[in-house]
Design a protein. Structure first.
Length: 420
């Protein structure tokens, strides 16, 4: 790794922030305590290791055919280790249920157990990582018609209910083994392509199924339950059973985490404004940070206004202990390790920019009704030298500074990925 000798630039930038009452060193101390949960499904285009042989389904599409995707759990873990090696800080991994290790046997989803994730737990412990979990309610024959927990067929509904119950048990086992609370998030693809005749009955069935899933009380020390809404999906353009309003009501009433996915709303709608709204009524929430482009919700996260707004809402309002941050996108058109790296480093950069904001000065101006000063300061801080602070942080954590990480990933591609 090439040293950039970023200490001098850091000192100058630190002085500039101090003029506005911001302690850059303290901001970095806070940043290193914030874990980002990387999503395992970026590494293999949401394939999993069950070998059911079906397509993704559920309105999910991974586009592109960039060479070198992970084909086995060991390859996926190796790719993740490379990504973690060029990302500053200690983070987490978010697993879907069909990434278990089944020893070549067909284990249906209503039969999965913590034993199928034992190697993931051992690996996470070795690397000092936390784990999060998700039931996989897609890419399965019993989800082929687009319905799972809200299905009109009771036997199919019960199959998926059992799968989600077992997923909670797996999340609990992960939390116990690692000493780091696991967030188990339920998302289902249920919906209709065209206008339904009955919008109500599927939602009644979904509420009943969820109540069965969450019937067993589990210590929040080990596992936290989350539910995730969506506006629409491919094949469910006209109606989604688990809408935002449905899950918001369910989360508030049943005291579950609400997952806000940045790609699950109208293309002109951001989730930043929702954060302080739902946290008036919920103790904690989960974020799936993504980037929607037109109708596709899962582009690699970039450092744009939407991301900056999300980070600012979390930091400026003191929500860091109440918001669990995970990433959720899958791009098969570029190097997959690079996709993880770009998204995670951008999430961390956005959080750093928020931590370096002179929030008290902004609020003081606002409280005095001095909106001129508020706007002027909001604009001036956009060009403050946060890059020097970020470079120093990367160097202090012994990860590549600037674009140097790309050479590391390209070397890994040449030596490992290109041979798959």
């Amino acid at each position: 790794m090439t040293s950039r000798n970023s200490g001098k630039s850091f000192s100058l930038a630190k002085e500039r922030y101090a003029e506005l009452g911001v302690d850059a060193a303290q901001a970095l101390k806070i940043l290193e305590t914030i874990p980002i949960s990387l999503h395992c499904w970026q590494g293999d285009d949401v394939g999993g290791f069950e070998n059911f042989g079906g397509g993704l389904g559920g309105g999910l599409v991974a586009t592109g055919n960039y060479p070198g995707k992970a084909r086995t759990p060991d390859e996926l873990r190796a790719d993740l280790e490379k990504a973690f090696s060029v990302i500053p800080g200690k983070h987490r991994l978010n697993l879907h249920a069909f990434y278990g290790e089944f020893g070549g046997k067909k284990v249906d989803r209503d039969q999965i157990t913590p034993e199928h994730f034992k190697s993931w737990i051992v690996w996470a412990k070795k690397n000092g990582l936390g784990l999060d979990f998700n039931p996989t309610c897609f890419s399965h024959p019993k989800a082929a018609d687009g319905f799972t927990l809200s299905h009109c067929d009771k036997s199919i509904r019960q199959f998926w209910t059992e799968h989600c119950i077992r997923s909670r048990e797996i999340g609990t086992a992960m939390g116990k083994a690692l000493g780091k609370t696991c967030v188990t998030n339920v998302w289902i693809p249920d919906g209709m392509k065209d206008t339904p005749a009955d919008r109500n009955s599927p939602r009644e069935r979904l509420a009943q199924s969820l109540d069965q899933v969450f019937a067993k009380k589990i210590s929040p020390e080990y596992n936290l339950d989350s539910v995730e809404p969506k506006l629409f999906g491919i094949g469910s353009e006209s109606y989604v059973v688990g809408s935002h309003e449905f899950y918001l009501g369910y989360a508030v009433d049943r005291r579950k985490l609400l997952c806000l996915d940045a790609g699950h709303y109208h293309p002109t709608e951001g989730i930043a404004d929702k954060i302080s709204s739902v946290l008036q009524f919920l103790p904690e929430i989960l974020l799936h940070v993504s980037r929607g482009v037109r109708w596709d919700s899962d582009h690699v996260v970039i450092l744009n206004d939407d991301l900056l707004a999300i980070a600012r809402e979390i930091v400026a309002n003191g929500f860091l202990k109440r918001v669990h941050i995970g990433l959720d996108y899958f791009d098969a058109s570029i190097n997959r390790v690079a996709a993880w790296t770009i998204g995670t480093r951008n999430m961390l950069r956005a959080l750093l920019i928020a931590l370096l904001e002179p929030t008290e000065k902004l609020r003081a101006a606002e409280n005095k009704g001095d909106f001129t000063s508020r706007l002027a300061l909001q604009e001036e801080i956009k060009t403050l030298p946060f890059g020097a602070i970020w470079d120093y942080y990367c160097e202090s954590k012994n990860v590549p500074v600037g674009e140097d990480w790309l050479a590391e990933v390209k070397r890994y591609e040449k030596e490992v990925l290109s041979k798959r």
